[in-house]
Design a protein around this ligand. Structure first.
Ligand code: KIV
Ligand code: ZN
Length: 515
C-alpha cells in the first residue's frame, strides 16, 4: 500500500444526513452547510436527491451553481427520469457527479424490486450508460451491497464499471456488517473483479451496530479509496460514519493506515457546530473529536500527566480539530477588534453588519456575565447567522408562578413597528404559559415535539441554549434561542420556530430518499 495514497472524502450530510428524522434544512441552510463543506475541503459533497422534491432539486441546482472546489454529486435511482432530473440539477457544477443506485441483495431483489439477477444487471448497466452520456464522473452504488451474495456483487460491479462507472460505492445500507466482514467484501472485489482498477472503491457504512467508522476504515485497509460520511455522523436511523472520526483516525494513525485526506481538520469543530445548530441535532458531550469533553481531562492523574507532557494522555491536539487554544477570552472591557479576532479564531466569517450586531449583544451579555467564554461567543454568533428574517421579535416578559399556583404571563412581541402584549393565566408552568401567549399573539397553533435546554458554558451565570421542534400542518420546524435567562431563551427558541413557519409554510415538503 503506497504511503502517498489520499483517501477521497465524500460528504453526504446534505443527502443521507438530511434524511435523519428532524434534520430537514431549507435552501439557505443547505447553502451555508455546503459552503462550510467546501471550506473544510471535502473532495465530493452529495448535495441532495433532485427528483425527491422541487426543494431538493432547487438546492442541488443552487449548490452546483455557487459552490466551487469540491465535486458536487446528485443521487438518482437507476431509471431515466431520476437520472435526467439529477443531471438537470447538476449541469452547472464545475465538477458534477451522477450517483446512480440500485439494490442488489436477495432481500431487496425479492421483496422490494421483484427483479431477478439478470434484470438487476441489465438495469444497472442501462442506468450507468445513460448517466455516462451526461458526464464523465459516474458513481454506482449496489444498495445493500454488504448483504449481497459475493459472486453476484462482483458481477454487478464489473458490469457497472464496464458501462462507465468511475466510482463503485459499497453500501452497508442497514449497518449489518462488522469490520472483518466489510474488509473481506472489499478484498473480494479487489481480487475478483477484473476491471476494478478502472474505478475507485468507496465505503458507505451505516451505524446501526455502532461500527460505521470501523467498517469504513477496514474497507480502506482492504483497498477502498473513498469514504462516504456525514458531519457528526447524522443520517438515516443511527446515522452514517462520522466524517470527523474517519478523518482524524486516518490522520492520527497514518503510521498504521499509510494514507491521509485533504480535509482541513481545523475546520472540523466549526463545521460540526454549524450542522448541529442548523439541524437541531446536538452533539453529545463525549462525542469523539468534536464533543465538548473530547479534550477535557478531569482525573487528577491525567491532569498531572498532561502538565508534564501532553502526549501522555492526548493523541491529538485540540487546536488541530478546531478547538481554540484558550477558552477564557473576553470581558466587559474588550473591544470590537478583540471580538472580531476571537470570531475569526473560532472559525466564523462575519460581515461588518453581523459583527456590529454580535458586538452589541456581547456588551449586553458582558453586563450580566463576568467571564465570556468561547462557547458564549459562538452561541451569540450562531444566533446571529441563523437568524431567520424576523417576522416577530421578542421584547419582554414577566411571569408569576410557584408551587400550587396557575402561572401568569405578560408577554410583549414586536412585528415591524407594532408591539403586541398578551396577558394569560393558564398552563402547566412558566414555559407552557409563555408558549401559549406566543401562539395567541402570532395566531399559530403548534404541537411542541421537542424541548431541550443546555448550558452553553459553565457557572451559574452561564447562558442557556434552548432548542425546540414544533409540528405545524404535519411539518416539523426547529427553533433556537440563547439567553442567560432560560425562560427568555425558551421564548426566543419557540418564536424562532414560529418565524420559520411564517416564512416557509408554503414550501412543498421534501420526500425522503431510501437509506
Ligand atoms: O445506504 C445506502 O445504501 C445509500 C445509498 C443510496 C448509497 O444511502
Ligand atoms: Zn446511506
Amino acid at each position: 500500500m503506497s504511503a502517498e495514497r489520499t483517501i477521497r472524502i465524500f460528504d453526504t450530510t446534505l443527502r443521507d444526513g438530511e434524511q435523519s428524522p428532524g434534520a430537514s434544512m431549507n435552501l439557505a441552510e443547505k447553502l451555508e452547510v455546503a459552503q462550510a463543506l467546501a471550506d473544510l475541503n471535502v473532495d465530493i459533497m452529495e448535495a441532495g436527491f433532485p427528483i425527491a422534491s422541487p426543494g431538493d432539486f432547487e438546492a442541488v441546482q443552487e449548490i452546483a451553481r455557487v459552490i466551487h472546489g469540491p465535486t458536487i454529486a446528485g443521487l438518482c435511482r437507476c431509471n431515466d427520469a431520476d437520472i435526467d432530473r439529477a443531471w438537470d440539477a447538476l449541469k452547472l457544477a464545475d465538477r458534477p457527479r451522477l450517483h446512480v443506485f440500485l439494490a442488489t441483495s436477495a432481500i431487496h431483489r425479492q421483496f422490494k424490486l421483484k427483479m431477478d439477477k439478470d434484470e438487476i444487471v441489465a438495469r444497472a448497466v442501462a442506468g450507468v450508460k445513460r448517466a455516462a452520456g451526461y458526464c464523465d464522473d459516474i458513481e454506482f452504488s449496489p444498495e445493500d451491497a454488504a448483504r449481497t451474495e459475493p459472486d453476484f456483487l462482483c458481477q454487478v460491479v464489473e458490469a457497472a464499471i464496464a458501462a462507465g462507472a468511475t466510482t463503485v460505492n459499497i453500501p452497508d445500507t442497514v449497518g449489518y456488517a462488522t469490520p472483518e466482514h466489510m474488509g473481506k467484501v472489499i478484498r473480494t472485489l479487489v481480487e475478483r473483479v477484473p476491471n476494478i482498477d478502472k474505478a475507485v472503491i468507496s465505503m458507505h457504512c451505516h451505524n446501526d451496530l455502532g461500527l460505521a467508522v470501523a467498517n469504513s476504515l477496514a474497507g480502506v485497509q482492504a483497498g477502498a479509496g473513498q469514504i462516504e460520511c456525514t458531519i457528526n455522523g447524522i443520517g438515516e436511523r443511527a446515522g452514517n460514519a462520522a466524517l470527523e472520526e474517519v478523518v482524524m483516525a486516518l490522520r492520527t494513525r497514518k503510521d498504521f493506515y499509510g494514507v491521509d485526506t485533504r480535509v482541513k481538520t481545523e475546520r472540523l469543530v466549526p463545521t460540526s457546530r454549524l450542522v448541529a445548530n442548523i439541524t437541531g441535532i446536538q452533539v453529545q458531550r463525549n462525542k469523539a473529536i468534536v464533543g465538548r469533553n473530547a479534550f477535557a481531562h478531569e482525573a487528577g492523574i491525567h491532569q498531572d500527566g498532561m502538565l508534564k507532557e501532553r502526549s501522555t494522555y492526548e493523541i491529538m491536539r485540540p487546536e488541530d480539530v478546531g478547538f481554540a487554544k484558550t477558552d477564557l477570552v473576553l470581558g466587559k472591557h474588550s473591544g470590537r477588534a478583540a471580538l472580531a479576532d476571537r470570531a475569526r479564531a473560532l472559525g466564523y466569517r462575519l460581515s461588518g453588519e453581523q459583527l456590529q450586531t454580535v458586538f452589541e449583544q456581547f456588551k449586553v451579555l458582558a453586563d450580566k456575565k463576568k467571564e465570556i467564554y468561547d462557547g458564549d461567543i459562538a452561541a451569540l454568533i450562531e444566533q446571529q447567522i441563523h437568524e431567520i428574517a424576523d417576522v416577530w421579535s421578542f421584547v419582554s416578559y414577566e411571569i408569576v408562578c410557584g408551587t400550587g399556583h396557575t402561572p401568569k404571563v405578560r408577554l410583549t412581541l414586536r412585528r415591524g413597528n407594532e408591539e403586541r402584549t398578551e396577558t394569560m393565566e393558564c398552563g402547566d408552568g412558566p414555559v407552557d404559559v409563555a408558549f401559549l401567549a406566543v401562539e395567541k399573539i402570532t395566531g399559530l397553533s403548534v404541537v411542541c415535539r421537542r424541548f431541550q435546554v443546555q448550558s452553553v458554558t459553565v457557572g451559574k451565570d452561564a447562558q442557556g441554549e434552548v432548542t425546540v421542534e414544533v409540528e405545524y400542518n404535519g411539518q416539523t420546524y426547529k427553533g433556537r434561542g440563547v439567553s442567560t435567562d432560560s425562560i427568555e431563551a425558551s421564548v426566543k427558541a419557540f418564536l424562532n420556530a414560529m418565524n420559520r413557519i411564517a416564512v416557509y409554510r408554503d414550501a412543498p415538503a421534501p420526500i425522503k430518499a431510501q437509506a
